[in-house]
Design a protein around this ligand. Structure first.
Ligand code: DOR
Ligand code: ZN
Length: 337
């Protein structure tokens, strides 16, 4: 049987939620990943040191016995001072900026991208070496939102050349092209955006469990994402954007955005790299090494062996339906040590 061992897999964009949902999903990521960057879009969003401390505690309890480190993020607000950021520095890995209202629980995000308005907080982050993670979409036409946001990335990248800016869950060739134009722009890519296009979401019967923000784009965009991920490009990291919602919120009139991939992300990733004949070293870079370099983190080592053996995706985890529910995928998780 063919096997592939990954060293210290990292998920650099993850939604763990809270309460019952946290109990359901945290162990699934904690089992097969060594660490993850956890998003702050709770209700209310994470904006204080107290919230960071107590969320970290709740995650610790929910992850159980697994060796796993949750790196928290703070919900970006342009009012944060340098003093405040110094106080929370030890509790966070980055800040996450959401345009106001663009996605789940982002109402308190940024509504004005005037650089001068953002300057005090972004300069402080730059001085303190705190990276900025960005959900890059305008409120324009849904298929163009990310491409339109590229000019904002460019303004930010040139105005704050020492600030590491991570373009989260990129879905377009325009974002891929921006990567190489600015030394301080980086990106995460999800497994679902490497696998699907808009056709899979809405080309036939509408598939609520594949609906997310940013929405999956054109084949040409998926090609660009695959090229950059499969090549092990040093500025690109895996970030699942696994975003669980209760089945009732997905299979309803007004479907919540988010694809739940935590339990199958590694299997699908290995399957894709294997099918495409990509270099194993590039997979290792994409799943771990690049993120370690970009964020300067030193996660505790965890070796995860994937086996080329069918895995039947469960129909549901708690009350959350995963991507490819009930279907068979080609790889399974074997030994974790
Ligand atoms: O599809 C998405 N779901 N995109 C996001 O940006 C947020 C996420 C969520 O929190 O549900
Ligand atoms: Zn997300």
């Amino acid at each position: 049987m063919k096997t592939i061992t990954l060293n210290t897999p990292l998920d650099m964009h993850l939604h763990l939620r809270d309460n019952d949902m946290l109990q359901t999903v945290a162990p699934l990521t904690a089992k097969s990943f060594a660490a993850a960057l956890v998003m702050p879009n709770l209700v209310p969003p994470i904006t204080t040191k107290e919230q960071l401390k107590s969320y970290a505690q709740r995650i610790k309890i929910a992850q159980g016995e697994e060796d796993f480190e949750a790196h928290l993020t703070l919900f970006f607000q342009p009012t944060y001072t340098k003093e405040f950021l110094e106080e929370v520095r030890e509790d966070i890995i980055a800040l996450k900026l959401y345009p106001a209202g663009i996605t789940t629980n982002s109402d308190g995000g940024v509504s004005n991208f005037d650089i001068e308005e953002l300057r005090p907080t972004l300069s402080a982050m730059s001085e303190l070496g705190i990276p900025l993670c960005v959900h890059g979409e305008t409120n324009g036409f849904v298929m163009e939102r990310e491409a339109e946001f590229v000019s904002i990335y460019e303004q930010l990248a040139s105005a704050f050349p020492n600030l590491k800016i991570i373009m989260e869950h990129i879905t377009t060739k325009e974002s891929v092209e921006a990567l190489d134009k600015y030394p301080n722009l980086y990106a995460t890519i999800t497994i679902h955006h490497l696998l699907i296009t808009l056709d899979d979401v809405a080309g036939g019967m509408l598939q609520p469990h594949l609906f997310c923000k940013p929405i999956a784009k054109r084949p040409i965009d998926r090609e660009a994402l695959r090229r950059v991920a499969l090549s092990g490009h040093p500025k690109v990291m895996f970030g699942s954007d696994s975003a669980p919602h209760p089945q009732s919120a997905k299979e309803s009139c007004g479907c919540a955005a988010g694809v739940f991939t935590a339990p199958i992300a590694l299997q699908l990733l290995v399957e894709l790299f294997d099918k495409e004949g990509a270099d194993r070293e590039n997979l290792q870079k994409f799943i771990s090494d690049n993120a370690k370099n970009i964020y300067g983190i030193h996660p505790k080592e965890k070796r995860v062996t994937l086996e080329q053996k069918p895995f039947q995706v469960p129909p549901i985890y708690g009350n959350v339906v995963p991507m490819y529910a009930g279907e068979e995928i080609g790889w399974s998780i074997g030994l974790v040590e």
